[in-house]
Ligand binder design. Structure first.
Ligand code: GLN
Length: 482
């Protein structure tokens, strides 16, 4: 857990302080092995970067995964792996949402300014690949006027950008290897820049690409923690790595993944369907959970701020207007990034992904609900209120017995609409690593490269669920709002 990690930092700091007083060095006062023993660390990784991390039958596997798990075991700590995507993993590390990152991450001078790296564990380098049937692009010189793709935040992207002016091409950034390769195969980009062991592995698995250039001199991979944080974890990683290298375990891991035999035969559409349904159902469950929680909170927010909006008090109306304009005036995606990555950086308090997701969706939907409630109340003829009041009913009673029953009838279709929108909006939370339906779909095609079919299945699931729920809501509406 992150909190445990923080505690360890505190303990290490205390030890260092005590050591300082006693005149011994911090290293002598705390043994790295003891400092990590029994701890659980959250480790961020890429969605797919085979053979370093990828999914097989739903399980995360690969060189990085075996390495971190074996090192943890060797050093007596445990790890919880979060498959976030490369750029998102680095963001999560910076905002302390994870304690460390292992993601085929190159040790570069720029990154050393913000992260501390372990000893290098694998030498890599960037290479260019094109579609198998492409005979036109045989080197950088053929890229003039074309678009190439690279992973956002990666060394491949940095390299492509460093030569794009010289060779006159455009660099487009995508978040994960699977969509990058698809982009090249679909002809949207003519080439991809990625790490050569990963390209080589994919090409060997018949991913539809071929490499046409030599690999560029590249950096080595390292395990990263935030600068100055979790030093005991870094030390334990280095000690563990050295031990695995000595006892042959490290070589055995490399051999397992680098000498991967021929690719498995692709199963048909129904094979894909039955393989992916368990993970997708798990995702659908989380989608519905996030939707349900968010809509409930949004309803409360909408009622409160909706009444503020129609109240006599200028202050209350002002508060409601500010709230609505903030959440309606900024994109949901930006809000999600803010709550998950931004807020923790500003406050130093980490937030789990479900909380951040529900916070984003409910505040966002709450703003729209506010307007629905306001509109509903205001659309009831003022004559109704006047009639109620002139019959001697108080404001509250008039609201409750005369205005609201009519207003709710008017509001219900808009509520149902908002509910459907919020359900669909949960898919945006995939970018912060919330394991809902879209995220699960991405994980699946990241592993099997069958993007089109997987997305069709995902879309069909949304379609079915949304239409069933809409039908149900309309039925309830008819029944109760006669
Ligand atoms: N090695 C590259 C980097 O660190 C790419 C890593 C990745 O895509 N997972 O930038």
């Amino acid at each position: 857990m992150f909190r445990a990690g923080k505690l360890t930092v505190a303990v290490t700091a205390l030890l260092a302080l005590a050591g300082g007083f006693l005149g011994v060095s911090a290293a002598a006062a705390s043994q790295p092995q003891a400092a990590t023993a029994g701890e659980n660390y959250v480790i961020g990784t890429d969605t797919t970067f085979a053979p370093f991390e990828y999914r097989e039958n739903g399980e995360l596997t690969g060189i990085d995964m075996d390495l971190i798990r074996d090192i943890a075991e060797n050093q007596g700590f445990t790890v919880e792996i979060k498959s976030l995507g490369f750029d998102a993993a680095l963001q999560a590390l910076q905002s302390n949402q994870v304690d460390g990152v292992i993601a085929g991450m190159s040790i570069t001078d720029e990154r050393k300014l913000i992260f501390d790296f372990s000893d290098p564990y694998f030498d890599s380098g960037v290479q260019m690949a094109v579609a198998e049937d492409n005979t036109e692009i045989t080197g950088y010189a053929d890229l003039a006027g074309e678009t190439v793709v690279a992973k956002r935040g990666s060394e491949g992207e940095t390299f492509a950008n460093s030569i794009k002016d010289e060779y006159d091409f455009t660099v487009k950034a995508l978040a994960d290897s699977a969509t990058m390769y698809d982009d090249v195969k679909a002809g949207n980009s003519v080439a991809v820049f990625d790490d050569y062991p990963v390209l080589a592995y994919g090409i060997n698995q018949n991913n539809g690409l071929k490499s046409v250039t030599e690999k560029e001199q590249g950096s080595s991979y390292g395990f990263a923690v935030n600068k100055g944080q979790n030093p005991e974890l870094l030390a334990a990683f280095n000690t563990g790595l050295a031990e695995l290298q000595d006892n042959g375990d490290y070589q055995a891991i490399l051999d397992t993944y680098l000498e991967q035999p021929a690719p498995a035969a692709a199963s048909g559409f129904f094979g894909l369907l039955s393989d992916s349904i368990p993970a997708l159902m798990k995702g659908l469950g989380l989608t519905l959970l996030a939707t349900g929680l968010s809509i409930l909170i949004a309803l409360v927010l909408g009622v409160v701020f909706g009444f503020f909006k129609v109240s006599e008090s200028r202050i209350l109306r002002g508060i409601a207007s500010v709230y609505v304009s903030i959440f309606r005036g900024t994109p949901l995606l930006v809000q999600a990034f803010f709550f998950y990555f931004g807020l923790p950086q500003l406050t130093g308090q980490s937030i789990d992904v479900l909380t951040a997701g529900v916070l984003t969706l409910s505040l966002n939907a709450g703003a729209y609900m506010t307007e629905i409630v306001r509109g509903g109340i205001q659309s009831v003829d003022p004559g109704q209120t006047e009639a109620g009041r002139s019959l001697g009913l108080g404001y509250v009673t008039t609201m409750r017995r005369v205005v609201l029953p009519q207003a709710v009838k008017i509001m219900t279709p808009s509520f149902i609409n908002q509910f459907v929108m919020t359900l669909k909006d949960t898919s945006l939370l995939a970018v912060i690593g919330f394991a809902e339906l879209t995220y699960q779909g991405q994980q699946i095609y990241a592993a099997n490269f069958r993007t089109g079919e997987t997305l069709l299945i995902v879309a069909a699931l949304y379609f079915i669920v949304i239409n069933l729920l809409t039908m149900l809501s309309n039925k309830l509406d008819k029944r109760f709002n006669k």
